[in-house]
Design a protein around this ligand. Structure first.
Ligand SMILES: Cc1cc2nc3c(=O)[nH]c(=O)nc-3n(C[C@H](O)[C@H](O)[C@H](O)COP(=O)(O)O)c2cc1C
Length: 218
Protein backbone atom coordinates (compact mmCIF):
# COMPACT_ATOMS: atom_id res chain seq x y z
CA UNK A 1 0.00 0.00 0.00
CA UNK A 2 2.77 2.31 1.05
CA UNK A 3 4.75 1.43 -2.12
CA UNK A 4 1.68 2.16 -4.44
CA UNK A 5 1.14 5.62 -2.90
CA UNK A 6 4.82 6.50 -3.41
CA UNK A 7 4.68 5.58 -7.10
CA UNK A 8 1.51 7.70 -7.65
CA UNK A 9 3.10 10.57 -5.83
CA UNK A 10 6.25 10.09 -7.90
CA UNK A 11 4.24 10.18 -11.18
CA UNK A 12 2.27 13.19 -10.02
CA UNK A 13 5.35 15.16 -9.03
CA UNK A 14 7.15 14.01 -12.17
CA UNK A 15 4.36 15.10 -14.55
CA UNK A 16 3.99 18.46 -12.77
CA UNK A 17 7.73 18.99 -13.15
CA UNK A 18 7.58 18.21 -16.88
CA UNK A 19 4.64 20.59 -17.44
CA UNK A 20 6.36 23.31 -15.43
CA UNK A 21 9.64 22.73 -17.27
CA UNK A 22 8.04 22.90 -20.73
CA UNK A 23 6.08 26.03 -19.78
CA UNK A 24 9.22 27.65 -18.48
CA UNK A 25 11.02 26.84 -21.72
CA UNK A 26 8.21 28.21 -23.88
CA UNK A 27 7.94 31.52 -22.06
CA UNK A 28 11.62 31.94 -21.32
CA UNK A 29 14.10 33.69 -23.55
CA UNK A 30 16.09 30.46 -23.94
CA UNK A 31 14.01 29.40 -26.89
CA UNK A 32 14.66 31.46 -30.01
CA UNK A 33 11.02 31.28 -31.16
CA UNK A 34 9.85 32.52 -27.74
CA UNK A 35 12.23 35.45 -28.09
CA UNK A 36 10.99 36.22 -31.61
CA UNK A 37 7.43 36.57 -30.34
CA UNK A 38 8.30 39.48 -28.03
CA UNK A 39 7.38 42.53 -30.12
CA UNK A 40 10.02 45.24 -30.32
CA UNK A 41 7.58 48.12 -29.80
CA UNK A 42 10.29 50.76 -30.15
CA UNK A 43 11.44 49.62 -33.60
CA UNK A 44 7.99 48.93 -35.03
CA UNK A 45 6.25 52.17 -34.01
CA UNK A 46 4.95 53.94 -37.11
CA UNK A 47 3.28 57.30 -36.64
CA UNK A 48 0.61 57.71 -39.28
CA UNK A 49 0.15 61.29 -40.53
CA UNK A 50 -3.16 62.77 -39.45
CA UNK A 51 -4.94 64.29 -42.48
CA UNK A 52 -4.92 68.08 -42.35
CA UNK A 53 -2.52 68.25 -39.43
CA UNK A 54 -0.19 71.04 -40.45
CA UNK A 55 2.97 72.43 -38.93
CA UNK A 56 4.04 75.98 -39.70
CA UNK A 57 7.73 76.09 -38.72
CA UNK A 58 9.40 79.50 -38.88
CA UNK A 59 12.67 81.26 -38.15
CA UNK A 60 12.63 84.92 -37.24
CA UNK A 61 15.10 87.24 -35.52
CA UNK A 62 13.01 90.38 -34.98
CA UNK A 63 9.48 88.96 -35.08
CA UNK A 64 8.12 89.98 -38.50
CA UNK A 65 8.43 86.46 -39.98
CA UNK A 66 6.84 85.03 -36.81
CA UNK A 67 3.80 87.23 -37.46
CA UNK A 68 3.67 86.13 -41.10
CA UNK A 69 3.74 82.49 -39.89
CA UNK A 70 0.86 83.27 -37.49
CA UNK A 71 -1.30 84.63 -40.31
CA UNK A 72 -0.50 81.68 -42.59
CA UNK A 73 -1.46 79.34 -39.74
CA UNK A 74 -4.68 81.29 -39.18
CA UNK A 75 -5.68 80.96 -42.85
CA UNK A 76 -4.96 77.21 -42.84
CA UNK A 77 -6.92 76.85 -39.64
CA UNK A 78 -9.88 78.72 -41.13
CA UNK A 79 -9.68 76.23 -44.02
CA UNK A 80 -10.21 73.32 -41.60
CA UNK A 81 -6.64 72.24 -40.83
CA UNK A 82 -5.33 71.45 -37.37
CA UNK A 83 -2.41 73.84 -37.22
CA UNK A 84 0.67 74.05 -34.98
CA UNK A 85 2.88 77.12 -35.34
CA UNK A 86 6.36 76.66 -33.93
CA UNK A 87 9.75 78.27 -34.00
CA UNK A 88 12.11 75.79 -35.64
CA UNK A 89 14.21 75.19 -32.55
CA UNK A 90 11.08 73.98 -30.74
CA UNK A 91 10.32 71.27 -33.33
CA UNK A 92 11.71 67.90 -32.27
CA UNK A 93 10.11 65.74 -34.98
CA UNK A 94 7.51 65.84 -37.75
CA UNK A 95 5.55 62.78 -36.59
CA UNK A 96 1.86 62.92 -37.41
CA UNK A 97 1.96 65.99 -39.66
CA UNK A 98 0.56 65.63 -43.18
CA UNK A 99 2.02 68.96 -44.29
CA UNK A 100 4.79 71.28 -43.17
CA UNK A 101 5.04 74.94 -44.12
CA UNK A 102 8.60 76.19 -43.62
CA UNK A 103 9.44 79.87 -43.59
CA UNK A 104 12.31 82.15 -42.65
CA UNK A 105 13.54 85.67 -42.94
CA UNK A 106 16.27 86.23 -45.50
CA UNK A 107 19.60 87.34 -44.08
CA UNK A 108 22.62 87.96 -46.28
CA UNK A 109 20.82 86.58 -49.36
CA UNK A 110 19.81 83.27 -47.74
CA UNK A 111 17.28 81.71 -45.41
CA UNK A 112 18.59 82.02 -41.84
CA UNK A 113 21.05 79.27 -40.77
CA UNK A 114 18.47 77.72 -38.40
CA UNK A 115 16.10 77.18 -41.34
CA UNK A 116 18.76 75.50 -43.42
CA UNK A 117 19.66 73.32 -40.43
CA UNK A 118 15.97 72.44 -39.92
CA UNK A 119 15.72 71.14 -43.48
CA UNK A 120 18.88 69.04 -43.12
CA UNK A 121 17.81 67.61 -39.76
CA UNK A 122 14.33 66.61 -40.97
CA UNK A 123 15.32 65.70 -44.54
CA UNK A 124 13.97 62.13 -44.33
CA UNK A 125 10.62 63.08 -42.81
CA UNK A 126 10.18 65.99 -45.24
CA UNK A 127 10.54 63.59 -48.18
CA UNK A 128 7.42 61.71 -46.96
CA UNK A 129 4.98 64.62 -46.56
CA UNK A 130 3.73 67.71 -48.38
CA UNK A 131 6.06 70.67 -47.95
CA UNK A 132 5.56 74.34 -48.75
CA UNK A 133 8.04 77.16 -48.20
CA UNK A 134 8.05 80.92 -47.84
CA UNK A 135 10.59 83.68 -47.35
CA UNK A 136 10.45 87.18 -45.91
CA UNK A 137 12.91 89.77 -47.19
CA UNK A 138 13.39 93.47 -47.80
CA UNK A 139 14.43 93.65 -51.44
CA UNK A 140 10.77 93.07 -52.30
CA UNK A 141 9.89 96.32 -50.53
CA UNK A 142 11.16 98.12 -53.63
CA UNK A 143 8.93 96.32 -56.13
CA UNK A 144 11.31 96.86 -59.07
CA UNK A 145 12.07 94.24 -61.73
CA UNK A 146 15.59 93.99 -60.32
CA UNK A 147 14.40 93.38 -56.76
CA UNK A 148 11.83 90.81 -57.88
CA UNK A 149 14.60 88.99 -59.74
CA UNK A 150 16.74 89.08 -56.60
CA UNK A 151 13.92 87.56 -54.53
CA UNK A 152 13.42 84.85 -57.18
CA UNK A 153 17.10 84.04 -56.71
CA UNK A 154 16.42 83.51 -52.97
CA UNK A 155 13.54 81.18 -53.87
CA UNK A 156 15.78 79.22 -56.25
CA UNK A 157 18.31 78.65 -53.47
CA UNK A 158 15.55 77.39 -51.16
CA UNK A 159 14.28 75.06 -53.87
CA UNK A 160 17.78 73.59 -54.20
CA UNK A 161 17.71 72.95 -50.46
CA UNK A 162 14.19 71.45 -50.54
CA UNK A 163 14.02 69.80 -54.00
CA UNK A 164 10.38 68.73 -53.62
CA UNK A 165 9.35 72.40 -53.58
CA UNK A 166 9.46 74.23 -56.94
CA UNK A 167 10.91 77.75 -56.72
CA UNK A 168 7.83 79.39 -58.23
CA UNK A 169 5.58 77.89 -55.54
CA UNK A 170 7.57 79.54 -52.75
CA UNK A 171 5.82 82.42 -51.00
CA UNK A 172 7.95 85.56 -51.33
CA UNK A 173 6.94 88.38 -49.03
CA UNK A 174 8.31 91.81 -48.19
CA UNK A 175 9.18 92.19 -44.50
CA UNK A 176 9.93 94.83 -41.91
CA UNK A 177 12.85 97.14 -41.19
CA UNK A 178 12.61 98.32 -37.60
CA UNK A 179 15.82 99.69 -36.10
CA UNK A 180 14.23 100.01 -32.63
CA UNK A 181 14.34 96.20 -32.29
CA UNK A 182 18.08 96.01 -32.94
CA UNK A 183 21.01 96.36 -30.60
CA UNK A 184 23.35 99.32 -31.08
CA UNK A 185 25.84 97.26 -33.10
CA UNK A 186 23.12 95.61 -35.23
CA UNK A 187 21.55 99.01 -35.93
CA UNK A 188 24.86 100.46 -37.16
CA UNK A 189 25.50 97.51 -39.48
CA UNK A 190 21.89 97.38 -40.73
CA UNK A 191 21.77 101.14 -41.41
CA UNK A 192 24.90 100.87 -43.54
CA UNK A 193 23.60 97.79 -45.39
CA UNK A 194 20.10 99.15 -46.11
CA UNK A 195 21.43 102.54 -47.14
CA UNK A 196 23.34 100.76 -49.90
CA UNK A 197 20.25 98.74 -50.96
CA UNK A 198 18.12 101.86 -50.63
CA UNK A 199 15.50 100.55 -48.18
CA UNK A 200 13.99 102.84 -45.54
CA UNK A 201 12.55 101.83 -42.18
CA UNK A 202 8.98 100.51 -42.42
CA UNK A 203 6.55 97.60 -42.41
CA UNK A 204 6.23 96.43 -46.02
CA UNK A 205 4.19 93.30 -45.41
CA UNK A 206 1.32 92.79 -47.82
CA UNK A 207 -1.18 90.84 -45.71
CA UNK A 208 -3.48 90.20 -48.64
CA UNK A 209 -0.66 88.61 -50.64
CA UNK A 210 0.28 86.50 -47.61
CA UNK A 211 -3.31 85.40 -47.02
CA UNK A 212 -3.84 84.64 -50.72
CA UNK A 213 -0.72 82.48 -50.85
CA UNK A 214 -1.75 80.57 -47.71
CA UNK A 215 -5.27 80.13 -49.08
CA UNK A 216 -3.84 78.56 -52.24
CA UNK A 217 -1.94 75.84 -50.39
CA UNK A 218 -4.84 73.37 -50.63
C1 LIG B 1 21.29 91.05 -40.57
C2 LIG B 1 20.22 91.16 -41.62
C3 LIG B 1 20.49 90.76 -42.91
C4 LIG B 1 19.50 90.87 -43.88
N1 LIG B 1 19.78 90.49 -45.17
C5 LIG B 1 18.84 90.64 -46.12
C6 LIG B 1 19.11 90.29 -47.46
O1 LIG B 1 20.20 89.82 -47.82
N2 LIG B 1 18.14 90.49 -48.40
C7 LIG B 1 16.91 91.02 -48.07
O2 LIG B 1 16.09 91.19 -48.94
N3 LIG B 1 16.61 91.31 -46.79
C8 LIG B 1 17.55 91.15 -45.81
N4 LIG B 1 17.25 91.46 -44.52
C9 LIG B 1 15.90 91.91 -44.19
C10 LIG B 1 15.07 90.88 -43.47
O3 LIG B 1 14.87 89.75 -44.25
C11 LIG B 1 13.73 91.51 -43.07
O4 LIG B 1 13.98 92.64 -42.27
C12 LIG B 1 12.79 90.58 -42.36
O5 LIG B 1 11.52 91.18 -42.27
C13 LIG B 1 13.31 90.25 -40.99
O6 LIG B 1 12.55 89.21 -40.44
P1 LIG B 1 12.40 88.98 -38.86
O7 LIG B 1 11.75 90.23 -38.28
O8 LIG B 1 11.53 87.82 -38.78
O9 LIG B 1 13.77 88.76 -38.32
C14 LIG B 1 18.23 91.38 -43.54
C15 LIG B 1 17.96 91.75 -42.21
C16 LIG B 1 18.95 91.65 -41.26
C17 LIG B 1 18.66 92.05 -39.86
Amino acid sequence: MKQKWSRRKFIEIGSKSIVFGVATLIFSKWLPFAKAKIPDVKKKTIVVPIPNKVLVAYESQFGSTAEVAEVIGQVLSEGGSHVCIKKMKDVTDLDGYSRVVIGSAIQYDKWMPEARKFVMTHQKALAQIDVSCFLVCLVLSKGTAKSIKKSKGYALKISELVPSVPADSIGQFAGVLDYSKMSFGQRLAAKAMFAIIGVKEGDYRDWKAIRDWAGGLF
